[in-house]
Design a protein around this ligand. Structure first.
Ligand code: UDP
Length: 315
């Protein structure tokens, strides 16, 4: 066995893909999730695999794992704006108290820990594209603040454990990612647009759709996470796809892929919605030799195919 990995948020979109990858690499994987926003169906195929064990637990509470642990991937958190607006306290708790528990566990087990931070630490950015050296523009008391500040606290706590206790830490700043196993009802642009198009409903673009995002396909992200974990890089690293697009163009792209009578309609822009977002991935390129490989055309096709087969599409 290559070692033992604990994945928190294992039943989530990214967590479940990470479980798959580490099992494929020959690790024993302990998947932990309290199933608040995660879906057990994402890891159902791993039950019965003797490399995999599932533990239902909320990492905001004291977290025990018996035996040796080599790596921890801390991915537990509500992660879509709709989810964290609905679950503000849990979002703050898992990013702060949960991270504290995970860092304590890493210290006790002498495990290397990678924590999932986010492009949201840059807030509504005044620097474009965003480099890791940018400190961000976050409204601490806005509705998104519960996520953004929890993740900023998470980074601060992680660096403190690294500097004060010598824990081996890695920090990834994840930009918008998409792919199979996203939740159709998570409120994000891609599942919203694809779900609406497949049901023949109009696509709800918020604001005038001129805000930009840069979408990374999940397999590219997982490769970046794997490389960062196995590297010796302790400073934060952006992982995302620099191919930037407006949300209106993105909705139009979705419509090109799906035969539907849906049109685009405009709805009010949510509070503190970032106007632009694009990762500067120079650091990932130089230190990890990583860059994304999957074009949006190909990634969108695979993701739409996945959503077509979801039976809750019409519920
Ligand atoms: N958005 C939209 N229509 C929707 C859902 C989202 O226009 O039905 C917009 C949202 O306001 C934001 C962008 O799409 O500007 C990306 O939103 P998402 O929730 O996917 O992630 P974010 O990058 O804001 O965290």
């Amino acid at each position: 066995m290559a070692g033992t990995v604990l994945v928190t948020g294992a039943a989530g979109f990214l967590g479940s893909h990470l479980c798959d990858r580490f099992i494929h690499e020959g690790f024993k994987v302990i998947g932990m999730d309290n199933l608040l926003t995660g879906n057990i169906r994402n890891i159902e195929h791993l039950f019965g695999n003797d490399q995999f064990q599932f533990v239902k637990h909320d990492v905001s509470e004291y977290t025990h794992v018996s035996g040796d642990l080599d790596y921890i991937l801390h991915f537990a958190s509500p992660a879509s704006p709709k989810d964290y607006l609905k679950l503000p306290i849990q979002t703050l708790k898992v990013g702060s108290l949960g991270t504290h528990k995970i860092l304590g566990l890493a210290r006790a087990k002498k495990a290397r820990v990678l924590i999932a931070s986010t492009s949201e630490v840059y807030g509504d950015p005044l620097v474009h594209p965003q480099q890791e050296s940018y400190w961000g523009n976050v409204n601490p008391i806005g509705y998104r603040g519960v996520y953004d500040e929890a993740k900023r606290f998470m980074e601060a706590m992680t660096m403190a454990y690294h500097r004060y206790h010598g824990v081996e830490t890695r920090i990834i700043r994840i930009f918008n990612t998409y792919g199979p196993r996203m939740r159709l009802d998570d409120g994000r642009a891609l599942p919203a647009f694809v779900g609406q198009a497949l049901r023949g409903e109009d696509l709800t673009v918020y604001g005038d759709g001129s805000q930009t995002r840069s979408f990374c396909f999940v397999s590219d992200l997982v490769e970046g996470i794997y490389r960062l974990l196995m590297s010796d890089v302790t400073e934060p690293v952006n992982i995302g796809n620099p191919s930037e697009i407006t949300i209106l163009q993105f909705a139009q792209e979705v419509l090109k892929h799906i035969d539907t009578k849906s049109k685009i309609i405009f709805e009010p822009l949510p509070e503190d919605d970032p106007k632009v977002r694009q990762p500067d991935i120079t650091r990932a390129r130089q230190l990890l030799g990583w860059e994304p490989k999957v074009e949006r055309e190909e990634g969108l096709k695979k993701t739409i195919e996945y959503f077509r087969n979801q039976h809750e599409l019409f519920h």
